[in-house]
Design a protein around this ligand. Structure first.
Ligand code: GLU
Length: 308
């Protein structure tokens, strides 16, 4: 089936849905985003990008940024990162503190908030927060091959003012010696990274290197090594949707990372990178329509890492 026709079909089918989940409002700035927004973009190896709906609207990528931050941190300290962060699915909510106590301040994986805060701490080492934030943003711009990607300062501020749970997680890990910089500086980097805004088109393009063994197929630039791309994909598959990761793997069958802004990045190795956005979330904090859209696209295209 023609990819453009398929994307339009899936968008039209789901856009009629009245039950779209709940827009996150624990970061007040995110609560202002209209729940009716819905965009899909699929970037393919040949440089094409097919879209439907609000695919050009910028939204807060939130935890999808954890994928790029992880790639950057691994580039800095390599496998040493795994002494400070695990690689197992958490089975808990994105901001759970309970597991941290049992596991002595070592977060389960780099995609739950605690793990991503450690990753931000690694990127901050030896830098000022502004430099670290600039480095993350530059990495995303290179991956997207788009210099216009930016950070929404209002979202960063909103999260800084209401990020009590993240502050608790960071302080708790600091008590175990797993945060090396001053907690408020590490959190500042993390909040700004989450406040990166991108459209579905930009996000789909930024994910292409993960579908192409670490190399941007358009520019030929090697963003990460082949092995690293494979491992990041593995972590996205097992840990990318918090305590909904198993269900996402079951229904969609592709590596994916969601954010509370309602965006999801999914990778089809060797074929494509997909970004979907609909702000209403399901009970696990993942985009309700976005997940369903990925399920239909994967099903109808026969895309799955588990076999055609
Ligand atoms: N910035 C959000 C938080 O830390 C990220 C969570 C998410 O996107 O899942 O609460």
């Amino acid at each position: 089936m023609d990819l453009q026709a398929l994307v339009c079909e899936v968008h039209a089918e789901l856009d009629a849905a009245s039950e779209r989940g709940r827009v996150a409002d624990y970061i007040p700035e995110l609560g202002k985003v209209p729940g009716a927004k819905f965009g899909i973009a699929i970037a393919t190896m040949d440089g094409r990008c097919v879209t439907a709906g609000d695919a050009d609207d910028a939204f807060s990528i939130q935890s999808v940024s954890k994928v790029f931050a992880l790639a950057l941190a691994l580039g800095k300290i390599g496998d040493g990162l795994w002494k400070r962060v695990g690689r197992e699915p958490s089975g808990s909510a994105f901001n759970s503190i309970i597991q941290l106590e049992h596991e002595k301040g070592i977060p389960r994986n780099p995609f739950i908030n605690a793990g991503a805060i450690v990753v931000a701490d690694v990127i901050l080492a030896g830098h000022r927060p502004r430099e670290a934030i600039g480095e993350i943003l530059r990495f995303v711009r290179v991956a997207a091959n788009d210099e216009t990607v930016s950070i929404d300062p209002a979202v960063a501020r909103s999260e800084q003012e209401h990020g009590f749970r993240n502050a608790a997680l960071a302080n708790y890990m600091k008590a175990f010696g797993n945060i090396h910089n001053p907690v408020e500086l590490t959190l500042g980097v993390y909040f700004h990274q989450c406040a990166i805004e991108m459209s579905c088109v930009q996000l789909a393009q930024a994910g292409l290197f993960l579908a192409n063994s670490g190399r941007d197929p358009r520019t030929g630039i090697s963003v990460v090594s082949k092995e690293r791309a494979r491992r990041i994909n593995a972590l996205m598959l097992t840990c990318g949707h918090y305590d909904g990761s198993g269900d996402f793997a079951f229904k969609v069958g592709l590596p994916g990372k969601s954010g509370v802004g309602g965006g999801i990045l999914a990778v089809v190795p060797g074929k494509a990178s997909i970004a979907v956005w609909s702000p209403g979330l399901n009970a696990q904090g993942n985009s309700q329509l976005g997940t369903r859209a990925l399920e239909l696209i994967a099903q109808r295209m026969g895309w799955s890492v588990f076999g055609a």
